[in-house]
Write a protein that binds this ligand. Structure first.
Ligand code: AVI
Length: 325
């Protein structure tokens, strides 16, 4: 039956990570104010991110998908029959191209989606079990930010670790280096690490991808305030905040901010704080770093991982890199 092919694991967050409330308290009492982008992805936020991926301006999703469409068989040949462990699997829409290549090999294979959203994880697992006869799923509900070693909870010997969707771009350079080092530390000699990352390009092209005409990205950004209202008794009037997307040239990253139109005080009941905003004051909600191939090689080098293969989409917007220890 379906159930025998699905195991569900959860990491007890309490001891490791600060809670949403603690992070909101820290971020909104800092100067400048900030919030971690990992909190975008509640149920509503995950839906909005799916919509973003379908926007004409948001090329990264389609670019990476094009790589899978063109090279799934090659990628599969490189990783052989290793169980695939994917950080931040979401709805696994693009990953399906790779899973289809496993399926075509007509041998049992294992897919381990790791995600912060438990509902998304369950739905995706159910769909995949329906779609592939040879798949076994070990789903892991965990916040892997800063600790890829959560996957050691899974009973695996060898593995292909994957971090797609340019999600590494949402970590600072320092966090990214650490993430790769910690990933390298849990890899055996035959394991591989697949990294999908968005490449540097001109701000004229980048900014609209984060400030689309339909306002979906704005809704995605503002949803973090809705979430504070819903979960922490926040009293944000979300209409008084504007979505800002800009390219920071020195840092080589897109930044998203929420800007208060007026001076205001916002109570947040469950953290027992009233947060004051000056007119025009911003909350920094996301960085999206863009990489060069050399950056990626260097990132691996720093973690003692060898950049073994690269694949690009036809427009060279996006890179899929395969590292080996
Ligand atoms: C998930 N992550 C890679 C997206 C990005 O492009 O940085 C999140 C996103 N933010 C705004 N649009 C999409």
């Amino acid at each position: 039956t379906t159930n025998e092919r699905l195991r569900f694991y959860t990491i007890d967050e309490g001891v490791h990570q600060p809670t949403f409330a603690q992070d909101v308290a820290t971020g909104l009492t800092s100067k400048p104010k900030w919030l971690s982008p990992k909190y975008f992805y509640d149920e509503r936020g995950s839906q909005l991110y799916e919509q973003i991926c379908n926007l004409p301006e948001y090329y990264p999703y389609r670019s990476e998908r094009d790589i899978f469409v063109a090279y799934a068989a090659e990628i599969h040949a490189e990783i052989g029959s290793l169980p695939l462990v994917e950080f931040g699997s979401g709805n696994a829409a693009k990953t399906r191209y790779l899973l289809a290549a496993y399926e075509r090999a007509e041998r049992p294979f294992t897919y381990c989606p790791v995600d912060i959203s438990p509902t998304m994880l369950r739905e995706t697992a159910d769909q995949l079990l329906g779609a592939y006869r040879h798949i076994d799923i070990h789903a892991l509900h965990a916040d892997f930010t800063g600790r890829p070693d959560v996957v050691q909870t899974l009973p695996l010997e060898k593995k292909a670790l994957a971090f797609f969707g340019s999600s590494l771009g949402n970590f600072t350079r320092e966090e990214s280096r650490e993430f790769l080092q910690r990933t390298a530390a849990i890899m055996g000699p035959e394991d591989v690490f697949l990294l999908g990352i968005d490449l540097q390009k001109s701000p004229e092209f980048l900014v609209p991808a984060y400030d689309d005409a339909q306002g979906v990205t704005a809704a995605f950004n503002v949803n973090i305030l809705h979430r504070i209202n819903r979960e922490l008794g926040g009293q944000f009037d979300v209409r008084t905040f504007d979505h800002i997307a800009l390219y920071n040239k020195e840092e080589g990253r897109i930044e998203m901010h929420l800007r208060s139109r007026s001076a205001q005080r916002v109570p947040i009941l469950s953290i027992e704080q009233v947060v004051s905003f000056a007119a025009g004051e911003t909350i920094h909600t996301e960085n999206s770093y863009k990489y060069t191939v050399d950056d990626v090689r260097e990132l691996g080098h720093h973690a003692k991982l060898m950049l073994h293969r690269t694949w690009f989409d036809s427009k060279h917007y996006f890179l899929l890199a395969l590292f080996r220890p």
